[in-house]
Design a protein around this ligand. Structure first.
Ligand SMILES: NC(=O)c1ccc[n+]([C@@H]2O[C@H](COP(=O)([O-])OP(=O)(O)OC[C@H]3O[C@@H](n4cnc5c(N)ncnc54)[C@H](O)[C@@H]3O)[C@@H](O)[C@H]2O)c1
Length: 290
């Protein structure tokens, strides 16, 4: 059994849904958990201490160790205070699961700057801020595990979610660079793109998904990714309903000529669009252009 004894985990947005399930699983397997949740509505408005406190109570009742934190991950002060909560309660931070999220769905033409900025603030800025606040501690320890929460909507696009998809694909870039920079200090970062039945999706998913797409079926992957034994870093996985799959950003072999014109591109569009063999890194992409 993969256990987390002596590990300290921060889970953001852990008062409901996926984060709650991640917190319960890690605590059940020995981790000391900081349950962060602002306790607001799905659109990010409002705040309440209730959801984080309830999850902590449940963990404690089951014999686990956890503390609540209700800071807003989207502000630098909130992210710092969250990491400080972990240090004050448990002395360190080994694991950060950036899971907090909100929705402001609108079709592209109707989306306001406020809808766009507020969604990016929680998902992208929040993940950046909390990871960065924990980063010096992880560097010092020579060990760290970070999981960011992307979405199939970001990887593949989704109607009415221009703000959310931008944020969720942004997290892929953040994860990949964190993995590259963190490698020399034993810090691994991966991203998940889940599907689960939560308050965020219950109005969108077909009713028959409720039983199959449980948050627990996502938490199992999160637990593996933040375990010491997991070697992967910089990867993205879709996960839901019991299935886990690697998603990779890849470039095709491309088409190259010394006489690149709009017409030669049009005439060789089939080769430009070819998918294999894959190029998987920025370095290999540049080499292929030489
Ligand atoms: N449920 C799905 O199918 C699905 C699919 C793709 C991605 N996701 C992502 O998974 C994550 C969890 O979503 P969920 O489905 O469990 O939804 P949820 O609404 O149940 O949970 C999100 C939690 O984040 C908290 N939160 C929001 N803003 C916060 C802030 N600024 N600071 C701290 N906490 C904050 C909320 O209070 C809430 O408890 C989100 O990032 C979401 O975008 C979910």
């Amino acid at each position: 059994m993969l256990r987390f004894d002596d590990r300290v985990a921060i889970i953001t947005g852990a008062g409901h849904g996926l984060g709650r399930a991640h917190a319960l699983l890690l605590a059940e397997r020995g981790a000391q958990v900081v349950v962060n949740d602002l306790g607001g509505a799905l659109d990010g408005t409002g705040a309440s201490t209730g959801p984080a406190a309830e999850v902590v109570e449940l963990i404690t009742k089951n014999g686990g160790r956890a503390v609540a934190n209700t800071d807003n991950v989207a502000t630098p002060e909130g992210a710092q205070a969250l990491v400080q909560t972990a240090v004050d309660a448990f002395g360190k931070v080994d694991i950060v699961v950036n899971n907090a999220g909100i929705l402001r769905d609108k079709s592209f033409g109707k989306m306001t700057v406020e809808d766009f900025d507020s969604v990016l603030a929680v998902h992208v800025r929040g993940s950046y801020l909390v990871s960065q606040a924990a980063y010096p501690l992880m560097k010092e320890a020579g060990h760290g595990r970070i999981v960011n929460t992307s979405s199939p909507a970001g990887l593949f696009g989704n109607f009415g979610q221009a703000n959310y998809s931008t944020a969720k694909m942004g997290l892929v870039g953040l994860t990949k660079t964190l993995a590259i920079e963190g490698a020399r200090n034993g810090i691994k970062a991966n991203a998940i793109a889940p599907i689960a039945w939560t308050r965020m999706t219950e109005a969108l998913l077909p009713a028959e998904f409720e039983e199959k797409f449980t948050p627990e079926r996502v938490s199992a992957l999160v637990a593996y990714l933040v375990h010491d034994s997991c070697e992967s870093s910089g990867e993205v996985f879709t996960v839901g309903g019991g299935r886990v799959a690697r998603v990779f950003v890849a470039e095709g072999p491309g088409w190259k000529t010394d006489d690149l014109t709009p017409e030669s591109i049009a005439g060789n569009w089939g080769s430009v669009m070819a998918e294999q063999p894959y190029v998987l890194t920025a370095g290999d992409s540049m080499k292929a252009m030489l």
